[in-house]
Design a protein around this ligand. Structure first.
Ligand SMILES: Cc1cc2nc3c(=O)[nH]c(=O)nc-3n(C[C@H](O)[C@H](O)[C@H](O)COP(=O)(O)OP(=O)(O)OC[C@H]3O[C@@H](n4cnc5c(N)ncnc54)[C@H](O)[C@@H]3O)c2cc1C
Length: 378
């Protein structure tokens, strides 16, 4: 592996690959993406709004290639939220048309493939393990391979795209200011052809959390329950039988599944943190996507935000490499501004569900409306 790069991107999810692709379009050539995984494992987070077209197509030039991937169109949402009655919200008047339900593993692999085909070096199965600042500027990065191998590379600029853990940013002392934390228990279901689950995201609020279901490519769907960690633990919801038992209590979601079975008979758990990092740029580094800020999946904005951060980060890096402004001049304002919009909408949406005023889940959501100070070590 070449040892000196203009930019090393740590993490090859949407934010990392998006940054690399946007850098390439700005003429930055010596870019390395370091990805710990191999795009073989299940990934979650699949609903993207119509506006994804502006960034995927306009900024990254991938629209036709994306369409050829055959993801599932999504025409809006149906939700029982604030009331037992299903309400509808469609994308009819959106100038970008409809949104999408992605096969998420395939989408992330697609972005990495596009990056590699565009001439970016993408190292998979390689993990960022540590770093030191170089005296003349830049960073020395320690990488470890899944096979136990070790490598050292140098980067003029580092982009932290390692997701919510923000491995590099934390080492630079940039702590996270927490807002909220949800645990998701999710399972994939095989759907009958022509079944009642429409091409709309389904949302259903319940006393101890909320559910969503999204129809995916290949007549599958994902069903997930968002709850507090205490509830998941106390009710044993990570057990498939307990999860299915809870699902049977839903009013709209269960009939929409039309008797479909849980694939592999298993469910998996993910944690979604809502937060903003205190600093998202520093001396020769910046953080993008979930390494910079985390949004509640209720917003369906995580991927859009990751790609938009990526484009803004690439602008900042290209300007900097061209001898222009510092990385911290404009980019953090863009990240903070997006977070402020997200926070406003998130709080407004949770405030509209008032059916369980004493339930701890809803009390917690209504109590956590502001960022708290970062606590402890980075
Ligand atoms: C349950 C759930 C549901 C969601 N639903 C939606 C949704 O419907 N719509 C939506 O838009 N968003 C959704 N999201 C959020 C969305 O998935 C994230 O916002 C998005 O994945 C952020 O992209 P990213 O590239 O910043 O981070 P990630 O996708 O987390 O990518 C980080 C990458 O870094 C790699 N990595 C980590 N550590 C290292 C290391 N040390 N060295 C090298 N590589 C490393 C990881 O393997 C990974 O590939 C959901 C999230 C959850 C948890």
């Amino acid at each position: 592996m070449m040892s000196r790069w203009d930019v090393v991107v740590l993490g090859g999810g949407p934010a990392g690959c998006g940054t690399a692709l946007a850098l390439r379009r700005r003429g930055v050539e010596r870019v390395l993406v370091v990805e710990a995984g191999t795009y073989g494992a299940v990934r979650i987070g699949e609903s993207v709004p119509p506006d994804i077209r502006a960034v995927l197509g306009g900024d990254l030039g991938l629209w036709d290639a994306f369409l050829a991937e055959g993801h599932e169109p999504c025409f809006g949402s149906r939700s029982a939220w604030g009331s037992d009655v299903l309400g509808f919200n469609d994308f009819l008047f959106n100038p970008h048309g409809h949104g999408w339900h992605l096969d998420r593993r395939r989408f992330d692999a697609f972005l990495a493939r596009q990056a590699a085909e565009g001439g970016i070096a993408v190292a998979t199965g390689v993990r960022f393990a540590g770093s030191e600042e170089l005296e003349g500027g830049g960073h020395r990065l320690h990488l470890s391979g899944a096979d136990g191998s070790a490598a050292v590379v140098e980067a003029g600029i580092v982009v932290d795209a390692t997701g919510p853990r923000g491995r590099f940013a934390r080492l630079r002392g940039a702590r996270a200011r927490p807002l909220d934390r949800l645990v998701f228990v999710a399972g994939f279901f095989g759907l009958p052809e022509g079944g009642p689950l429409t091409r709309q995201t389904m949302l259903e609020a319940a006393e101890h959390g909320w559910w969503y279901a999204a129809r995916l490519p290949d007549t599958r769907c994902v069903v997930a329950l968002a709850a507090d960690a205490e509830e998941v633990r106390a009710s044993g919801l990570t057990r498939p039988d307990a999860f299915l038992d809870r699902l049977r209590r839903t009013r709209h979601l269960l009939p929409a599944l039309d008797g479909s079975g849980l694939e592999d008979g298993s469910v998996a758990t993910w944690v979604a943190v809502s937060y903003l990092r205190e600093r998202v740029a520093g001396a020769n580094w910046l953080a993008v996507g979930d390494a910079a800020s985390g949004y509640d999946p209720l917003s369906s904005q995580g991927i859009q935000k990751a790609l938009t951060d990526a484009v803004d980060a690439a602008d900042a890096i290209a300007a900097r490499l061209g001898g222009g402004t510092d990385l911290g001049t404009h980019y953090p304002h863009a990240v903070n501004g997006r977070f402020a919009d997200y926070l406003y909408n998130r709080n407004r949406f949770y405030a509209t569900e008032a059916r369980w005023p004493d339930a701890s889940f809803w009390c917690n959501r209504r109590a956590r409306t502001e960022l708290r100070p970062a606590a402890g070590r980075a």
